[in-house]
Structures are given as C-alpha cells and as structure tokens.
Ligand binder design. Structure first.
Ligand SMILES: [Mg+2]
Length: 222
C-alpha cells in the first residue's frame, strides 16, 4: 500500500512569522499613505497578495499595481526574517523526523511566494524533508480553493483521499476539505479558535503538534 502523504501549511503551522508579515504590511501601507491595523492583518491570513491589496487598499488596483505592492511587501518580510531568524513551532521537528522515518511523503502547500518558502525552509534546515513544494506563485486561486493542496498531492503522486493537511487557518482547513483531504489544525499561534477550525471542517484540532500522536494520523486516512 502506498503510504499516506502529509501536506504542510507553513505560516502559523511550521513556523510563526506573523509579526514579520504584520510589520512588512504596516511598513508598505504607511509608505503609500494607508493605515494597516491588526484587524486588517487578521483578514489577510491564507490569502494571496493581489486579493489582499484589492480587499484592503484599492479594489481597482491593476495586476501590475498588485504585483508591485506584493513584491515590496515580501522583500520587507524576507529582510526581517533574515535579520531575526525563524524557529520551528513546538513538535514540528519531531513530527517531520518521524514521518521521514516512516517514509511518508511530505510536501509544502502554501499561499506564500516561492522565495519566502525557500528562505524559511533554508533558515530552519527543513528543505530535505519535502518531496514537493507548491507556492502561491504556482496557483491561480488562493485558499480556501483546494488548488494548492491538489497540486501538491499530484506532485507527490498520492491521491487526495490519502493526504493529510496540517493547517492553522480556517481558509486552509476549508481548502483541504474541498480537496477531499483529511485535515489536522493547530491552534498554537492563536489567530484562530478551535471552534472556528472545527466549523471549517478540521478532523482534529490540537494545541501544538507536540500533542499529536502520529498514530492519530494513520487513523485519519483509514
Ligand atoms: Mg497558515
């Protein structure tokens, strides 16, 4: 039997870089004469930059304008994590290692740009764990659309029904379920409540991945 596959969200699941994203948005918004609040920030989770720019700043922004906003914001973000570093969240390292020992294929399915993912995986020394990486640059539709996870499953050569997504946001949980996958949600970074994650369809919600017994993952794809 082909082993099940795990598809990881990155921001809020593998690492917590939310504060760096917030500062990067705040900086570029201020440069362009906009206020950017914590509430605005909460509305960005799981969304791609063009969606964020049109939703929060300018509904009529052209594709080129959205691209310029996005590129600058991501540059500020990468500068920040390069300077201050980034650590794996509790339980992540152990789970990555356990799954690798079990020979379960692992992928990244993230709304973030490829350059950000490469930097985060490099700073955390986790690149060798992943057999596929799908970034926000490679999909037409952001989460809650399942495109990013379906692409990751396809690259791993595993059917969606044998995939388990690990997520921290309701939009990501919805994306996983829309793709026909099981989903474990983590509340550690605290942006989304257990109730909201369950309402989005999470099969299991844990406070950190330290509380996740890998045997529970097997039960999810049985
Ligand atoms: Mg996330």
């Amino acid at each position: 039997m082909t082993p099940p596959a795990i598809i990881w969200d990155v921001d809020g699941t593998l690492v917590d870089t939310a504060e760096h994203h917030f500062r990067a948005w705040e900086r570029i918004a201020a440069e362009r004469g906009y206020l950017f609040t914590r509430n605005d920030f909460a509305a960005t989770f799981g969304k791609r930059n063009p969606e964020i720019v049109r939703q929060l700043f300018n509904p009529h922004a052209t594709d080129d304008e959205c691209r310029a906003w996005g590129e600058q914001k991501e540059k500020y973000y990468r500068d920040a994590i390069r300077n201050s570093g980034v650590a794996l969240l509790p339980g992540v390292a152990r789970l990555l290692e356990t799954l690798a020992e079990w020979h379960w294929p692992q992928a990244v399915g993230s709304s973030a740009p490829r350059e950000n993912l490469d930097l985060v995986l490099s700073l955390t020394n986790t690149r060798p764990f992943f057999q596929a990486i799908v970034s926000g640059d490679e999909v037409q539709r952001g989460k809650p659309d399942p495109e990013v996870f379906l692409k990751a499953a396809d690259r791993l050569g595993v059917s969606p029904s044998h995939c388990i997504v690990i997520e921290d946001a309701p939009s990501g949980v919805e994306a996983a379920k829309a793709g026909g996958m099981a989903c474990v949600a983590v509340t550690y970074v605290g942006h989304h409540s257990e109730e909201k994650l369950l309402a989005a369809g999470a099969d299991l919600v844990v406070p950190t991945l330290e509380q996740l017994n890998p045997e529970q993952l097997i039960a999810l794809v049985k």
